[in-house]
Design a protein around this ligand. Structure first.
Ligand SMILES: Nc1nc2c(ncn2[C@@H]2O[C@H](COP(=O)(O)OP(=O)(O)OP(=O)(O)O)[C@@H](O)[C@H]2O)c(=O)[nH]1
Length: 280
């Protein structure tokens, strides 16, 4: 479902998350491992304030493992614990519980010392649309949780989902908006499929993606499209890919829309390998 983020919706989404923060011990901030900055909410620090937090770099199966390591170090240097996970396959689920236990150890030890009976850690998943919140909840719950959604504007009763004995999750995640201010953020969100293609021009997205790949993953580009050399200009690169892939119009002109579509599809289905679009 696409959400139109108007200022009123943002305020409401923020209020809903703020309300839920009162109920929980820790926030699991879900980001896309391929674009860990662009897939973050720009106001997240201000919204969650000093609530303990664990950043989860989701879809790590699609990201460049070398870059994922760099990102985890980057977050650690900023005193934010982070883990790489793949909610789709269920990789990293045990580490989430272990890491949450570690982060909250002091708080829970103090509670025990004061004679408060140990209880499960309570967590809330937050993230921008399409980052994998429902997939993660279902993975952790080990069953499919009904998707009633917590769209800005829709309210429902809170329910806890048990994850083993040690963790409880709020069943509806907090949905927050991405950064929109910066054109390159929009292009990255579109390239990875986080926002609908119709919002941005397909050729613009492909120009961004191909320019990035040319600089950062030239070998993947060469291999996928059987290019001997990568043209230094973007239009000849479109032409070359078009020629190799039969994206031509009658009369021998390159069908640029078709090339754009093909490239974007290839990126999203990992045909160009594991790619990360941002470095710390
Ligand atoms: N490869 C891969 N795909 C994932 C992963 N997690 C989620 N996905 C896919 O990403 C898409 C979006 O996942 P959802 O769980 O619906 O995302 P969401 O954050 O709940 O989205 P909204 O309901 O729009 O807020 C789905 O197609 C998932 O299958 C992952 O770790 N790896």
């Amino acid at each position: 479902m696409t959400i139109q983020w108007f200022p009123g919706h943002m305020a409401k989404a923020r209020r809903q998350v703020t309300e839920k923060l009162k109920l929980i011990d820790i926030v699991f901030e879900l980001v896309d491992a391929r674009i860990p900055l662009s897939s973050r909410n720009p106001m997240i620090d201000e919204i969650i304030k000093n609530k303990p937090r664990l950043v989860l770099l989701n879809k790590a199966d699609m990201a460049d493992p070398k870059r994922t390591k760099e990102w985890i170090s980057y977050f650690a240097e900023n005193d934010i614990p982070a883990l790489a996970i793949d909610s789709h396959a269920g990789v990293g689920m045990k580490q989430i519980v272990a890491e949450a236990n570690l982060i909250l150890k002091d708080k829970f030890d103090k509670m025990t010392a004061r004679g408060i009976r140990p209880r499960a850690i309570r967590a809330l998943i937050v993230g921008i649309p399409n980052v994998g919140k429902s997939t993660l909840i279902n993975r952790l719950a080990k069953k499919k949780i009904a998707q009633t959604g917590d769209r800005p504007g829709v309210t429902k009763a809170q329910q806890w989902i048990k994850v083993g004995k040690e963790l409880e999750l709020l069943d509806t995640p907090g949905i927050l908006w991405p950064k929109f201010e910066d054109q390159s953020v929009g292009l990255k969100l579109a390239t990875t499929g986080a926002i609908k293609d119709t919002i941005l021009n397909l050729q613009d997205i492909a120009v961004y993606a191909l320019s990035f790949l040319k600089e950062n993953y030239p070998l993947s580009l060469k291999e996928r499209y059987q290019l001997e050399e990568i043209p230094s200009e973007i239009v000849p690169l479109f032409d070359e890919i078009g020629k190799r892939r039969g994206c031509m119009m009658p009369g021998g002109m390159t069908d640029y829309d078709k090339v754009a579509e093909l490239v974007i599809r290839d990126i999203r289905s990992e045909n160009l390998g594991k790619i990360t679009f941002e470095r710390p």
